[in-house]
Ligand binder design. Structure first.
Ligand SMILES: N[C@@H](CCC(=O)N[C@@H](CS)C(=O)NCC(=O)O)C(=O)O
Length: 236
């Protein structure tokens, strides 16, 4: 039976990190929201899948296994399909995934600094303030950390271990999202290692084919990474 991914059908969002691991592994899956629509994903998060409750999307169903939390799902898939770095890197890889997802959340919170319950339009002054701090302090700090991890990997030019892993796919999508939302801020970021890694991951035949397909949802104004020019504050 094919795996099922439950995620919002109109945005790449956090579901995209899962899709990229599925696509890179060459796994056939059902993107339930895109076939059955929003009610199906709402039912999933309200408990229609049974077992332990799950609070938020994405949710992945693989037979009896029902998983949520993006880093958990990505790790599960990577271990099942040979995309995980060696066992000795298990905790290092999870740490990097969680760090990347911290940056995802901070990037999202720039346009929703007060609450995700409010519209962007209802928190614009706060968003501008958040954008300055994000672009000038938080973003450079995260990028310097990730660049250092990549540069100091003694085994390869990937984030961890000697070959491509799910961590690289997550970092590539994260950089893509940041470049979409903060093009001016990202243009001069000193991250040659991350840029080379992202280019290599994006040119993997399965990833390139996926991105060229209708399965891939483009960034838009409703997702995690939104291109609001007024929030793309130039770096200091
Ligand atoms: N830490 C979770 C965050 C999940 C999350 O916030 N998902 C969003 C969609 S991207 C959601 O379903 N939000 C609804 C809510 O928090 O009530 C993860 O990494 O998967």
């Amino acid at each position: 039976m094919k795996m099922s991914l439950y995620y919002w059908p109109m945005i790449p969002g956090r579901g995209e990190f899962v899709r990229l691991v599925l696509e890179a592994a060459g796994v056939e899956y059902v993107d339930v929201g895109r076939i059955e629509g929003v009610p199906a994903v709402l039912d999933a998060v309200r408990g229609s899948l049974g077992g332990r409750p799950h609070r938020a999307l994405p949710i992945l169903v693989d037979g009896e296994e029902v998983l949520s939390q993006t880093p958990v799902i990505c790790t599960y898939l990577a271990e099942a399909y040979g995309l995980a770095p060696g066992r000795e890197h298990r905790w290092g890889a999870l740490t990097l995934l969680l760090t990347a997802m911290d940056l995802v959340t901070e990037a999202h919170d720039v346009h929703h600094p007060v609450s995700s319950r409010l519209r962007y339009e209802d928190q614009q002054p706060e968003a501008r303030r958040a954008a300055e701090l994000f672009v000038r302090e938080r973003l450079p700090s995260f990028l310097a950390h990730l660049e250092g991890v990549c540069r100091d990997n003694p085994q390869s030019d990937w984030m961890i271990g000697g070959r491509l892993s799910h961590v690289d796919l997550v970092v590539e999508q994260l950089l893509r999202g940041l470049e979409h939302a903060f093009p001016a801020a990202m243009a001069s970021a000193p991250i040659p290692g991350l840029r080379a890694l992202a280019a290599a991951a994006a040119s993997l035949p399965r990833i390139a084919a996926y991105r060229a397909s209708e399965r891939c949802i483009p960034f838009n104004r409703d997702g995690l990474f939104r291109a609001y020019p007024e929030l793309d504050v130039p770096p200091a």
